[in-house]
Design a protein around this ligand. Structure first.
Ligand code: RI2
Length: 328
């Protein structure tokens, strides 16, 4: 497919949530940049970087909260920009971009495997789990534990308004795991039966707070109240470096029609709707974060951020932030 078309398609699919899940979004953005690098007709290095920057901006504007997306773009563009600073020519820049894309995709898939391996050690036979939304990282933990022969069952919330919980339920059921679907508001009703809550992450901030699908924070507070362990499964590229330099995470608000049908909204034009996609779970409610580098308490988030982004200059962190780029 023509690289421009490929980019447009991926941008549209991320926006419409045909491609969704923080990890998948990041990998798709990388595939789009890979297509742009491969098909670039730039005649010199500056034109190539300009083209890549412009594709990055389009991708970054799709889902404002997804730090995974910004970090994947940063990962690739940091390598391209560093090569340029070292004097790489056009063909070298292209090959650096392609190699970075390949590495990111390989490493992000390995990270999920590793999270499964590490996280499954925290699951015991007889456990009753509860999960919210759909997360590849959280699913990897449950799948791995099940394959290892642990017997447990899972409550899955529907996850309004887009019902990603149905997908999680189907996925776990296909593995043979006993699954019970509940409405989001039934979490309190069942929490006393639950031993562990396990969810994925869209963002982990520098203070260890979790930004995840709307409803996660209420579930975490219920878990806290009933002394139920709350586990987050997150690849380290969902950790937000900008929060370490004082920036706040932008919470995406989506269309009212995700909640109410168009006809209803038309009939009652005075009714307003708010539809934030994510909420923030404070670190006090989180027992542990399972990453591919090991298990950390939420207070360890800042160390991961320093380890990962210590080599990236603050200007590069800000360069690939959605709202700054949109301002141009
Ligand atoms: P993985 C999703 O966001 C959910 O909030 C989920 O917990 C998170 O991404 C992480 O997903 P959305 O794209 O990367 O449905 O673990 O808004 O698959």
């Amino acid at each position: 497919m023509d690289p421009e078309k490929r980019l447009n398609r991926i941008v549209a699919d991320i926006q419409a949530m045909h491609i969704r899940g923080a990890g998948r979004i990041a990998r798709s953005a990388i595939l789009a940049l890979q297509a742009v690098a491969e098909g670039s007709r730039a005649r010199d290095e500056e034109a190539f970087i300009k083209e890549m920057n412009s594709a990055s901006r389009r991708l970054l504007s799709t889902r404002p909260t997804a730090v995974s997306l910004a970090n994947s773009v940063r990962y690739l563009m940091h390598r391209v920009n560093s090569a340029r600073r070292e004097g790489a020519d056009l063909e070298r820049l292209r090959s650096v971009a392609l190699a970075a894309a390949e590495d990111f995709i390989k490493e992000s898939k390995q990270a999920i495997e590793k999270i499964g391996e590490i996280g499954s050690r925290r699951i015991r036979s007889g456990d009753v789990l509860l999960t919210h939304c759909q997360s590849d990282a959280a699913a990897a933990v449950m799948r791995r534990a099940w394959i290892e022969g642990k017997k447990f069952s899972v409550y899955v919330t529907e996850t309004r308004p887009r019902f990603q919980g149905r997908k999680t339920a189907a996925l776990l059921a296909r593995e043979g795991i006993p699954v019970t679907v509940i409405v989001d508001s039934a979490a309190r009703y069942f929490m006393n039966e639950v031993d562990k809550v396990i969810v994925g992450a869209d963002v982990i901030s520098a203070n260890g707070a979790l930004v995840n699908k709307i409803g996660t924070a209420s579930i975490a507070s219920l878990a806290h109240e009933s002394r139920t362990q709350f586990i987050v499964a997150s690849e380290t590229y969902k950790f937000s470096p900008e929060t370490a330099i004082g920036e706040l995470i932008v919470i995406e608000e989506r269309d009212a029609t995700e909640i109410l049908p168009k006809s209803f909204l038309k009939k009652y034009p005075k009714i307003s709707v708010r539809n934030p996609s994510f909420d923030v779970t404070p670190p006090e409610y989180i027992d542990l974060i399972v990453t591919e580098k090991g298990i950390i308490p939420p207070q360890g988030a800042i160390m991961i951020i320093h380890e990962m982004f210590g080599t990236i200059r603050p200007s590069e962190i800000l360069e690939y932030q959605t709202y700054r780029i949109d301002e141009e």
